[in-house]
Design a protein around this ligand. Structure first.
Ligand SMILES: *[C@@H]1O[C@H](CO)[C@@H](O)[C@H](O)[C@H]1NC(C)=O
Ligand SMILES: *[C@@H]1O[C@H](CO)[C@@H](O)[C@H](O)[C@H]1NC(C)=O
Length: 365
């Protein structure tokens, strides 16, 4: 090879190197997830009370601890990254943490004092303990290390966050719209602190979901539709959705701020709100029944949770539907697997993300 050709060969390799830094698969070895029931893969079942069937019926064939008939968005993320479904950190049986752990718990909020004791601050504390303990065990080789994360993977992992819905829900339940609106900066300050803690622990790649259109959840529509002028053109509760959108505007600003504050980290902001609103708007075209109908449990007339049944004045409440895949809402609050497939498809390729990169490439800032 003469010198000129060698020069161009080296140039080519350099160009490839630069290219590899800007795009291409990140090969995330693990996922650490933080959140609420939207991404709980069994924590409530492990820690509080078993999530009963027919939850899980469409995919797992048994209750998997998920609030859905099947897989959640986080499961489709795991599939896309070719990683196993996440074990809940709180589960003491049958877990495998080699490729990450799930700290999400149903009912959790960012701030303490909501529906669940496992607010985001606690989830981050659990993570910190999980990390130090698993590294210590790994180094001692004292237990079966195959089910432990590799210590070097903590800084290569994807940190996914989907939380905030319960801060809003709890606020709406216990205060006015204005009070919820006014609480958003404080909620986001606490989210910011949690992200900073994760960063200090070595987390570098963050995938942050914004909050969904709260006012489109059937239980909200049922409770709020009596108020005149409250529904938008597709039938969602307008004031509630406006607060969710304001939350998301401020969340996006927080993420922009975190990017400046923590330049070694990569933050992807994901507009789950739009994904959910689009699926609900297109319900008919996608072959779904009325998007405000849901499959399991009841909020109409009588409230009964999915998996329970009651007979009141001769009427049976809580029977699940025959065809969950035709419903967007599984139980009035949580999405069906059929909806989650569509949501995940919109989210994973990056078309709703800032920056617009696919999840497999979310390590490139
Ligand atoms: C059942 O009947 C009683 C007496 O008529 C009535 O007060 C109550 O609201 C009914 N409950 C439901 C869930 O319809
Ligand atoms: C991403 O996927 C959605 C849903 O399948 C599709 O509508 C959109 O065009 C895709 N965007 C890109 C950039 O591939």
């Amino acid at each position: 090879m003469d010198l000129v050709r060698l020069f161009f060969a080296v140039l080519g390799i350099l160009a490839l190197g630069v290219n590899a830094g800007g795009s291409g698969s990140c090969m995330f070895p693990a996922i650490y997830n933080f959140g609420d029931s939207n991404s709980d893969t069994g924590a409530i079942s492990a820690a509080i009370e078993v999530v009963p069937p027919p939850n899980g019926e469409s995919f797992f064939g048994h209750s998997s601890g998920r609030f859905s008939d099947g897989r959640l968005i986080i499961d489709f993320i795991a599939e896309k990254l070719q990683l196993p479904y996440l074990s809940p950190y709180l589960d003491s049986l049958g877990t495998n943490f080699r490729h990450g752990a799930n700290f999400a718990t149903g009912g959790s909020s960012i701030r303490p004092g909501g529906y669940s004791p496992f607010h985001l601050g606690i989830q981050v504390s659990q993570f910190i303990r999980f990390k130090s303990q698993s590294i210590a065990l790994y180094k001692q080789h004292s237990s079966n290390t195959q089910r432990l994360p590799r210590p070097e993977d903590f800084s290569k992992a994807l940190y996914t966050i989907d939380i905030g819905q319960n801060d809003l829900a709890f606020g709406f339940q216990h205060g006015t719209i204005q009070q919820v609106q006014a609480s958003i900066p404080d909620i986001l300050t606490q989210l910011d602190q949690a992200m900073n803690k994760l960063y200090k622990e070595g987390a570098r790649f963050f995938w942050v979901h914004n909050t969904g259109p709260h006012g489109c959840l059937p239980y909200n529509v049922i409770y709020d539709k009596s108020k005149p002028g409250n529904l938008d053109r597709i039938g969602c509760v307008k004031p509630t959705n406006e607060v969710a959108q304001e939350f998301n505007r401020q969340l996006k600003n927080s993420v922009l701020h975190l990017r400046k504050q923590l330049p070694l980290a990569v933050f992807t902001y994901v507009d789950v709100y739009s994904a959910k609103y689009t699926v609900i708007s297109n319900a008919k075209n996608e072959g779904f029944v009325d998007p405000f109908d849901f499959c399991c449990g009841s909020y109409k007339g009588y409230h009964i949770d999915c998996g329970k049944k009651a007979i009141v004045n001769g009427t049976v409440y809580g029977n699940p539907c025959n065809n969950p895949s035709r419903h967007i809402s599984w139980d009035g609050i949580h999405y069906s697997q059929a909806a989650n497939i569509l949501l995940a498809n919109q989210i994973i390729n990056g078309s709703l993300s800032d920056p617009p990169v696919s999840i497999t490439e979310a390590c490139h800032g």
